[in-house]
Design a protein around this ligand. Structure first.
Ligand code: NAD
Length: 356
């Protein structure tokens, strides 16, 4: 297969982790007989320096005309004094909107070798943690009307939460499609005992489930879901939920698995094109020192292969290579343990490449 990938290296550790990830993608291309063409799309602080704006039109065009987008991270103290409309993260927000990315997917997977970084009790962690949170990204409370009024000398604030059937249906389909490529179980999280938006959510998700008879659907209230996630995370495969609940649950999910440097994420809209990135930022404190852990970005590339390019075996090859590298005792500084071998970003990339 021939695929074009827009590459946003970004700021801070972004260029270092993306370089290693591109190396891993090249190893996959060689092994499986594909051709990946990379198109550079400057975004973030470096784009402000070079072009005066965080997302130049040419970069946006490159992203929109590519099969998918790989992003390192953007931002850093150097650009903190920029006016709010011209900050590095504005580029990312503009890109998400232009690509119509209404779904965010964050896997929570614990590597058995990193079990000691898991804050849960060993008997719970040992049952395994391997699920994804599918979060609606551009609707609900965060995008409703926000008002603060003064009545009878007292301030009163209001935030409107709205969801349409279309907004719910499209994210539900992403979750069911994802479950089909995993263990075929969707847990839909809502608060339908209280909220109308949740009642609509539950009705629409149930209706969509009819299109996926091979996937099991369960419903769970959000308060229970937050407890179940720490009590027995092994019960989850794909969690689908609205924006606010997803924001909170996906952070809880990423915490129970260990290091911030290990976790990938994808944002998707209609069609197969997505934006793939690690969940962490540009880590300016370790930038340029060959100390960054590239695994979150490398696993984001595996998500790209699986979800945008339908290359399940290729994605698994990357994930297995990461597993094997950890099993061999290699670690970056953020996940270093006694008895293991400390590697820099470049060396970690090379070890993973060598195991593809
Ligand atoms: P951060 O995630 O960059 O760093 C937090 C801590 O985690 C730091 O100590 C850092 O060294 C460490 N860390 C992060 N990623 C690591 C990795 N791969 N390997 C080893 N250690 C790692 O968060 P921050 O310091 O709050 O933000 C720094 C900059 O990144 C800010 O400008 C922020 O706006 C930006 N940011 C960008 C994104 C994005 O591009 N999507 C996301 C979050 C933050």
């Amino acid at each position: 297969m021939d695929k074009t990938i827009a590459v946003i290296r970004g700021d801070g550790i972004g260029p270092e982790i993306v370089k290693e990830t591109v190396g891993v993608l090249d190893a996959v291309a060689e092994k499986f007989g594909h051709r990946f063409t990379y198109k550079e799309a400057p975004m973030g602080g470096n784009a402000i320096d070079a072009f005066g704006v965080p997302l130049p039109d040419a970069s946006l065009e490159t992203c929109l005309s590519s099969d998918s987008v790989l992003l390192g991270a953007v931002g850093g103290p150097r650009w903190d004094s920029q006016p709010p409309a011209n900050r590095p993260e504005k580029g990312l927000l503009k890109l998400r909107a232009a690509m119509g990315l209404y779904t965010n997917v964050r896997p929570a997977r614990m590597f058995s070798e990193l079990a000691s970084a898991c804050p849960l009790r060993a008997d719970i962690a040992n049952r395994g943690i391997d699920f994804v949170v599918v979060r609606e990204l551009i609707g609900g409370l965060y995008f409703g009307e926000h008002t603060t009024v003064e009545e009878n000398g007292e301030k009163k604030a209001r935030d409107i939460c709205e969801y349409s059937e279309t907004e719910i249906r499209r994210v539900a389909r992403v979750a069911f499609e994802m479950a089909r490529k995993r263990r075929k179980r969707v847990t839909s999280v809502d608060k339908s005992n209280v909220l109308d938006t949740s009642r609509l959510w539950r009705a629409v998700v149930t209706e969509v489930a009819g299109e996926y008879p091979d996937v099991e659907l369960l419903h769970m209230y959000v308060d229970n879901a937050s407890m179940q996630m720490v009590k027995d995370p092994s019960q989850f495969d794909v969690i689908v939920t609205e924006n606010l609940f997803g924001d909170i649950l996906s952070d809880e999910a990423s915490q129970i698995t260990g290091s911030i440097g290990m976790i990938p994420s994808s944002s998707m809209g209609d069609g197969t094109r997505g934006l793939y990135e690690p969940i962490h930022g540009s880590a300016p404190d370790i930038a340029g020192q060959n100390k960054a852990n590239p695994i979150g970005t490398i696993l984001a590339a595996a998500m790209m292969l699986r979800y945008s390019f339908n290359m399940a075996a290729e994605a698994a090859a990357i994930e297995n290579a990461v597993d094997q590298t950890l099993k061999a005792g290699f670690r970056c500084g953020d996940i270093m343990e006694q008895g293991c071998t400390l590697l820099g970003c470049t060396e970690m990339g090379a070890e993973i490449c060598g195991r593809i």
